[in-house]
Design a protein around this ligand. Sequence first.
Ligand code: HEC
Ligand code: HEC
Length: 245
Amino acid sequence: MKPTTRTLLAISTLYFAIGCGGSQPAPESAPPAAPSEPAPAPAPTSEAPAPSAAAPAEPAPAAAEPAKPSWNEMTKDQRKELMKTVVLPGMKTVFQELDAKAFADMTCVNCHGEGAKQGKFDMPNPKLPKLDPKDGFAKHMKKSPKVTKFMMEHVAPEMVKLLNVPPYDPKTNEGFGCFNCHTMAGNDCTSAQAAFVDAARTKYTTQAAYMMSSPPAISTSNPIMGTYTTTQLMSGATCANVRSL
Ligand code: HEC
Ligand code: HEC
């Protein structure tokens, strides 16, 4: 039998497979939309007066409006639908208050970036201005007070309303706010963050070394050290983008 070198190959192709993910047709293959109507509740059988019949009959849920899923519960397709029918029209009006001309033809691309044309809707969008939140966005208040204020007073609150999600709460660091759209201006990672990435990073070895070493080469007790560089790809990146790095 031929000694197998496949595993090494597989490991190295894996990298490219991950890198090339962006060129695949958008992962829009979303799960089939959840049925919009609740399954009919088992009809209360009138002719079966079980011992429990004494208990108050359960309200028939079928009569009520099907509860609308919250943003968090929505499937990708439902989110897309909400974006098309509620968010884009609503936010277009808002952004036009800021600049009627610039946002006359607002589309998904204004928020999601060019990737939206290929069905990539990841947020936040690194192509939007990167924000420095220090001292209440002082840097941005100084540079573009009008837009920054408008973002705080209109854009973020209106999105909260349209998505029907809780607003950002600085106490818990949760909720919808500036950083659901914008990315943060880059600060260096803290050493704890760097250590976390280092401990969790992919390690490469040869099949031979892996087979011979005990415990296996890829283990915490037998780490393989080295350095690597990561590059964040723009949303909608293609294989060509990866190769050009
Ligand atoms: C005003 C800005 C804005 C516009 C315009 C906009 N979106 Fe969004 N969209 C967002 C934000 C912000 C999120 C992420 C919300 C969150 O953080 O949960 C989002 C999320 C989504 C998601 C869910 C992504 C996921 O991973 O679940 C889809 C799909 C989507 N948008 C599609 C669209 C489509 C299609 C359009 C155009 C018809 C559009 N959006 C227009 C801001 C926008
Ligand atoms: C729904 C998405 C969304 C949210 C939420 C949002 N922004 Fe924006 N922001 C945008 C878009 C889109 C632009 C780009 C506008 C343009 O094309 O000129 C922008 C532009 C900006 C700019 C650039 C101003 C300039 O021209 O120099 C600043 C600063 C900014 N936002 C700050 C904020 C702050 C602060 C918050 C939170 C209070 C916030 N944004 C929330 C979408 C958003």
